[in-house]
Design a protein around this ligand. Structure first.
Ligand SMILES: [Zn+2]
Ligand SMILES: [Zn+2]
Length: 302
């Protein structure tokens, strides 16, 4: 038993060391080839995302919806309006998340330096070679210090931080809603075609199974249903993680740090701003934030 525990501890230490080395290797690589990496990965991710949204919108609204609803009926029109609203919110939040600068450089010149009595709360960034506000961390891909840095997002092509997290939340919420809408349509189409059990790859290998046109149609419908289930689960998981971070006033960068947790209502206000959950209606709704991202109340102060 003692020997087993020793071996387990050694295996844990080894795997931790390996993870650290891999992470260091990736960070060193991205730092060394920053411009190439950013120049390739960001446009590729954005094109992939836009292509996927475009394909799903056309496929679901033009092709699947008329098969499961009456094209002249009110239900069909309602679903079209819902689809347009969701796509508008996905693209609007995505765009504003991309253009909104959340770096320390976005602050007015006088707020880029600590005010009297604040210097002890700020820390030094060795890359930018200056003091930066609490919760600001340097991003090796943006090559900037980011206010309340959460993570670097390759799909929005920048860091998610203090001033654009609201848009990222809106983006994920509507991606979940849109992919959920697609999932329901595909589930109904799969049900109507009695194709729920058809997309098992083993069926394709079975020699005696009739692989006629009807089977191929059922297989396609069921395969797209499974794909849309996956496309629903990914943004749902990411949205749930983001909500958890906001509710705790934590960040993906410092995931276990609960020292800024000032109660869930105030935590949400710090990200969503004055209009709170109304921001999910449209990315154009103005919702001023209660802080500029340089001053943070800690739990023990409340
Ligand atoms: Zn920096
Ligand atoms: Zn970044």
């Amino acid at each position: 038993m003692v020997r087993f525990r020793g071996a387990l501890r050694a295996a844990c230490c080894w795997s931790r060391r390996m993870c650290f080395r891999v992470e260091e290797g990736i960070l060193r690589f991205t730092e060394k080839h920053r411009e190439k990496f950013v120049g390739l990965v960001h446009p590729f991710s954005a094109l992939f995302l836009l292509g996927l949204i475009g394909f799903l919108t056309v496929y679901e609204l033009y092709y699947v919806l008329p098969l499961i609803t009456d094209p002249q009926g009110i239900w069909h029109k309602f679903n079209w309006l819902l689809g347009i609203y969701v796509v508008f919110n996905i693209l609007g939040n995505w765009w504003l998340g991309f253009v909104r600068n959340t770096s320390v450089e976005s602050l007015p010149a006088k707020r880029q330096h600590p005010a009297v009595g604040e210097a002890h709360l700020w820390h030094y960034c060795t890359t930018c070679q200056k003091l930066v506000p609490p919760r600001s961390w340097h991003c090796r891909l943006c090559n900037l210090c980011i206010l309340k840095r959460d993570h670097h997002c390759t799909f929005t092509g920048n860091c998610i931080g203090h001033t654009n997290q609201r848009y990222f939340l809106g983006f994920l919420f509507h991606l979940t809603l849109g992919s959920g809408q697609a999932l329901v349509y595909n589930a109904l189409l799969t049900w109507e075609n009695k194709a729920f059990m058809v997309s098992d790859p083993l069926l394709l290998l079975a020699q005696d199974h009739p692989q006629d046109a009807e089977f191929e149609w059922q297989y396609t419908v069921a395969a797209i249903f499974k794909l849309s289930l996956f496309l629903f689960m990914v943004p749902l998981g990411m949205f749930a993680l983001q909500i958890l971070m906001v509710q705790r006033n934590s960040t993906c960068y410092m995931i276990l740090d609960r020292s800024y947790d000032v109660g869930w209502r105030r935590n949400f206000d710090l990200v969503l701003g004055k209009r709170r959950f109304w921001i999910f209606l449209s990315p154009t709704i103005k919702s001023p934030l209660p802080t500029d991202g340089t001053q943070w109340i800690q739990k023990y102060m409340v």
